[in-house]
Each structure stands twice: as structure tokens, then as C-alpha cells.
Design a binder for this molecule. Structure first.
Ligand code: NDP
Length: 315
């Protein structure tokens, strides 16, 4: 049978390119988990994805109710789950004030980390039940959360501190909207959320890989300078960022190439190692990359896991 893969945020950018790449192999049915149903349908159509290759299901990661409802809907479809890709994200670098999810969490960490945390914890059960030969849970990471890289050292740097803001619920009322308890900074909140994504993947690996055989992986597909991720940025930035990445840092990658890379992590037999953070070199060859000190701190991973469990109502 075909494999079934859920891709969150498949309505644009990397998620759409990945959905397209997987659909084109004929080996995968892609469940596009998107907040805007119509946009996703249109995107799939204009990407040339056939009707049989995909199903669009509504998922708004900025609402835990919606996450739970999505899981119910998916289960009711009767499809087994073979691979889950947590790809969706928001990035609010110019926001002066924080905005919040339905439950009142700061929007970037609430969407990118907490929404995906609940989703993947619930769907772990479905992955366990699948009889597929190579089951995987993939969370898209980023270089920007990794302070052991040049890009990760552009201020404001990611830093989760002692998690006091996260433990307080990131609500901006009786706790800071930032994980480390500091002043709101949209760019930092995004980087922090990506550190949480990478820590979550490793904690999943430590807790569940041996018992379940599921591959838990993260990746940095390269800088996809033209995706919607930068839609909130100032116009001058959006104009200069793609050529800067192409000619100066040489980290630029097209949406199509990045989608192929993520599709490899979903399906290639040579990328089944668990607990790994994948990157690609200039010749587009994959390699196991090092995470920064904070993004590979096992004690912090455990704490983020435990605090997040409480926030999403699992503990
Ligand atoms: P896009 O903005 O193009 O895609 C983000 C996707 O997430 C969109 O489909 C968007 O939906 C969806 N999304 C946002 N909020 C929600 C929500 N509340 N519920 C459900 N879906 C939501 O950005 P990219 O393709 O660049 O980003 C994809 C991933 O790649 C992210 O995890 C990002 O961190 C990562 N990444 C990107 C890099 C880059 O250079 N662009 C580099 C490294 C990592 P909608 O279409 O409705 O807006």
C-alpha cells in the first residue's frame, strides 16, 4: 500500500513543496493539515498534485481544541498513520507587542512548539499502531536556533533560560510571553520555538525510539529565502534577503530543493537513523549535523517536555 504522511502547514512554502515531492513519487498519500482549507486546496491544485494524491484536513495549531479535533477527524478517516511531519510555523520579527493563541500562549511558541507538541504526542499512538516498515516523526528545525552557527549568532539569540516564562504559561499577564521570562521579542520567540522543536525531537527519541522503532528526526533544509515565513518582515528585508543568501552566505535553497530534502527524510531508506538533525552540504548531500549546546541539552529537553505537557493538558 501507499504510505500515509501528515504534513502540517502544507499550504505554502516548504510544506507544499514537500507534499508535492511526495505525491509525485506515487508512493505516498499526503494529508495536508492546514488552517486555511481553501488555500490548501488551491495550492495543491496549482502545484499539479492529483486529486487522489492528497486529502486536506483542517488544523489550526494556534488552538489546542483544533489540534484535538484534527486528531479525531484523522482517526475517523480510518487511514493508518505512517509518517508525521511537523512543518508549520509563524515568524513575527517586526511585532512590537505579543499576540496569543486561543489558550493565551504567545503565538510563535504556542503555534510552532506547543501546538505541534500536543499533535505529536497524540499521534504517537497512531504511529505505533501502523504496520508500515519505516515509521517516522519529523520536526522541522532551524539553523537560527542553533547558536553554534553563524546564523544562530545574529542577535537576538535563542535562549530558553530557566523556562520561567514557559512554566508561567507565556500569557503576558501573570507571566512573561517569552520562555526565558524576558521582554517580548518576536524574532527571539521564533528561535526559541525552534530550539523547543529540536529538543522535543531528541526527547521523543530518548523516550520512545527503542520501544517503538519509530525514527525521530529534525532537519535544517537550508535557507528558503522566498517562502511566506518572511511575509511579516519589512519590505527592504524581503527584497535583499534572497540575494544575500544566494551570493553572500551561499545558504540559499529553492523551495523545490528544500521540499525534496524534507521528502528524503520522510521516505529514503538511508535516512532512518533516529535522534538525528539532518543538514545538506553545497552538493546537496545529507549529513548528520551538530546541534548547539542548548539545543542538545538533555536536562533542558526533559524540562521543556514536562512543562509543555502541563500547558497542553497532558499531565
Ligand atoms: P511558510 O510561511 O511559507 O509556511 C508556513 C506554513 O505554516 C504555512 O502553510 C502556514 O499556513 C502554516 N501555519 C502557520 N500558522 C499555522 C497554524 N496556526 N496552524 C496551521 N498551520 C499554520 O514558511 P516556510 O515554508 O519557510 O516554513 C516551513 C518550516 O520551515 C517552518 O517550520 C520553518 O521554521 C522552517 N524553516 C524555514 C526556513 C526558511 O528559510 N524559510 C529555514 C529553516 C527552517 P498558511 O498558508 O495558512 O499561512
Amino acid at each position: 500500500r501507499k504510505g500515509n504522511v501528515i504534513v502540517t502547514g502544507a499550504s505554502s512554502g516548504l510544506g507544499l513543496a514537500t507534499a508535492k515531492a511526495l505525491a509525485e513519487t506515487g508512493q505516498w498519500h499526503v494529508i495536508m493539515a492546514c488552517r486555511n482549507f481553501l488555500k490548501a486546496e488551491k495550492a495543491a491544485k496549482s502545484a499539479g498534485m492529483s486529486k487522489e494524491s492528497h486529502t486536506v484536513m483542517h488544523l489550526d495549531l494556534a488552538s489546542l481544541d483544533s489540534v484535538r479535533q484534527f486528531v479525531d477527524n484523522f482517526r475517523r478517516s480510518g487511514m493508518p498513520l505512517d509518517v508525521l511531519v511537523c512543518n508549520a510555523a509563524v515568524y513575527l520579527p517586526t511585532a512590537k507587542e505579543p499576540t496569543f493563541t486561543a489558550e493565551g500562549f504567545e503565538l510563535s511558541v504556542g503555534t510552532n512548539h506547543l501546538g505541534h507538541f500536543l499533535l505529536s504526542r497524540l499521534l504517537l499512538e497512531d504511529l505505533k499502531q501502523s504496520d508500515y516498515s519505516s515509521k517516522r516523526l519529523i520536526i522541522v528545525g532551524s539553523i537560527t536556533g542553533n547558536t553554534n552557527t553563524l546564523a544562530g549568532n545574529v542577535p537576538p539569540k535563542a535562549n530558553l533560560g530557566d523556562l520561567r516564562g514557559l512554566a508561567g504559561g507565556l500569557n503576558g499577564v501573570n507571566s512573561s510571553p517569552m520562555i526565558d521570562g524576558g521582554e517580548f521579542d518576536g524574532a527571539k520567540a521564533y528561535k526559541d520555538s525552534k530550539v523547543c522543536n529540536m529538543l522535543t525531537m531528541q526527547e521523543f527519541h530518548r523516550r520512545y525510539h527503542e520501544e517503538t522503532g519509530i525514527t525521530f528526526a529534525s532537519l535544517y533544509p537550508g535557507c528558503i529565502a522566498e517562502t511566506g515565513l518572511f511575509r511579516e518582515h519589512v519590505p527592504l528585508f524581503r527584497l535583499l534577503f534572497p540575494p544575500f543568501q544566494k551570493y553572500i552566505t551561499k545558504g540559499y535553497v529553492s523551495e523545490e530543493e528544500a521540499g525534496k530534502r524534507l521528502a528524503q527524510v520522510v521516505s529514503e531508506p538511508y535516512l532512518t537513523k533516529s535522534g538525528v538533525y539532518w543538514s545538506w552540504n553545497k552538493n546537496s548531500a545529507s549529513f548528520e549535523n551538530q546541534l548547539s549546546k542548548e539545543a542538545s541539552d538533555a536536562e533542558k529537553a526533559r524540562k521543556v517536555w514536562e512543562v509543555s505537557e502541563k500547558l497542553v493538558g497532558l499531565a
